[in-house]
Design a protein around this ligand. Structure first.
Ligand code: AMP
Length: 459
């Protein structure tokens, strides 16, 4: 693919960096990245003053037309990192999209994320006149067929519904110039490996590919090598690194006590906007009912809810109509709600990576957040795995004795960062009691702590 109008940039593009390394130089402003004026204006309108590390590293490279392999989780600003350079390059070679084709195809694991990506493209490309549309399951075909028939500039799609449209002849991929695969690890978790391969077969060989995943196990590395051509590798968060500004706590409690404990947590107004994770859809409904019954305005979001129900739930949570959102892992993917003060792991996830995704729902874009896990004794092994994976200690309180430290002390006031993001500003609570901190390294994990007397430091 030719690059028309190569942007003038200060120097060579940001170099690829090894996983876990920091950017070599962080530009002081978006202007240094070489983006077109309308995009710079959009950044001002969005209130973004400084590029995030993935933006600083990826944008200059993408503007040159190279493929990119990005290792980054949500919350890092990766959507703008791919949307801005694509919009820039599409504007530099302006053509009217041909009927039933798209110039840019973005694949996303969930409809929620697809909707958010499309919104971002629209916001960043405001005034540039691009046609941005979405295609995902759970809603009717007619509107999508109509939208595709006119030809689109940017199509954000989930793989299953996209394939339906391709098979039915509503979309042809032969003129696709840009392919973005977002949250590839999650797409593979959802069984989209074969659909992605099948979609890729319809794409022209000449295209720019952008591939993002929070983790890079062998299977994903293999897919990347099939799809990408000499990619620049950019990594802003080492695999399974938790967001730096999330303060993490774990409360050890009998499983039978979790309901009571959750209510006790919500008695504290510091928990102003919280996502509560359960492992199952049924569990999510039960917890939501329990909270609602106790007067905590709650919504639930999981795979058995219709698209309309999910959207209503998310809206209520976003608008402050609901204080709690109870979610399963898959339903919560890609949810981007500002001002989430707490993520509560009511049940620990089976896979430690999921914990990282879960707590990434708070502390978005520089704000601070708190993650609290309610850990039953048989979940201590899972906690240990998380500590090993993230190489981080998690403050642990053993609450199996009734006279232990009040839970309120586990609910510190989020720092000033939260106030800046417009999140709720809690008051009247104290910093976490760090009396018991588990240092997991060297095999001294949380599991061993299970039998220790409360309140003693282990090291
Ligand atoms: P993402 O990782 O793309 O889901 O982005 C996470 C959040 O960061 C979104 O709410 C974006 O609106 C926000 N964001 C993206 N880039 C910036 C930036 N440069 N400055 C401030 N916020 C940003």
């Amino acid at each position: 693919m030719l690059l028309e109008n190569t942007p003038h940039i200060d120097d060579t593009p940001a170099s690829p960096t090894a996983p876990g390394s920091t950017p070599i130089t962080a530009p002081v402003s978006f202007a240094y990245l070489g983006l077109a004026a309308p995009l710079l204006h959009s950044m001002v309108m969005a209130g973004y003053t400084t590029p995030t590390p993935i933006q600083a590293q990826a944008i200059p490279t993408l503007l040159t037309g190279r493929d990119l392999l990005g290792i980054a989780q949500t919350g890092t600003g990766k959507t703008a990192a791919f949307a801005l350079p694509i919009l820039h390059r599409m504007a530099a070679r302006r053509v009217r999209p041909v009927r039933n084709t798209t110039r840019c195809l973005v694949l996303s694991p969930t409809r929620e994320l697809a909707g958010q990506i499309a919104e971002n493209f629209k916001a960043y490309g405001a005034g540039m006149g691009f046609i941005v549309t979405t295609v995902f399951g759970g809603v009717g075909y007619a509107g999508q067929i109509r939208a595709l028939s006119g030809g689109v500039d940017v199509l954000v799609a989930t793989p299953g519904r996209l394939i339906d449209h391709i098979k039915a002849g509503h979309l042809k991929l032969g003129l696709t110039e840009f392919l973005v695969l977002d949250e590839v690890d999650q797409m593979l978790d959802l069984g989209f490996l074969q659909p992605i391969r099948s979609i890729a077969r319809d794409l022209p060989a000449e295209r720019q590919n952008l591939f993002f995943s929070a983790t890079m196990p062998t299977e994903i590395g293999k897919l990347a090598s099939e799809l990408l051509r000499d990619p620049v590798r950019v990594s802003v968060a080492p695999v399974a690194t938790t967001a730096a500004k999330v303060t993490q706590h774990a409360i050890v409690t009998e499983a039978s006590n979790k309901r009571r404990m959750l209510l006790e947590l919500f008695a504290n107004p510091a928990i102003a906007r919280a996502i509560v994770f359960t492992r199952t859809k049924r569990g999510a409904d039960k917890v939501a009912e329990m909270l609602d019954g106790a007067g905590v305005r709650t919504e639930a979001i999981h795979g058995n809810k219709s698209q309309g129900q999910r959207e209503r739930a998310l809206r209520a949570f976003r608008d402050g109509g609901a204080r709690a959102l109870v979610a399963t892992d898959i339903a919560a993917r890609g949810i981007d709600v500002d001002g989430v003060t707490h993520v509560i792991n009511y049940e620990m996830p089976d896979e430690p990576e999921r914990y990282v995704h879960r707590i990434g729902r708070t502390a978005r874009a520089g704000a601070e957040g708190i993650a609290i896990a309610l850990v039953s004794p048989d979940e201590l092994g899972a906690l240990r795995q998380i500590e090993k994976l993230t190489r981080q200690s998690i403050t642990l309180q053993d609450r199996r004795d009734h006279d232990s430290v009040p839970l309120e002390q586990l609910l510190p006031v989020p720092g000033d960062g939260r106030a800046k993001r417009g999140g709720p500003r809690p008051s009247g609570v104290h910093r976490a009691d760090p009396r018991v901190t588990v240092k997991p390294h060297g095999g001294r994990g949380a599991a061993k702590f299970a039998g220790k007397p409360r309140g003693q430091s282990r090291h």
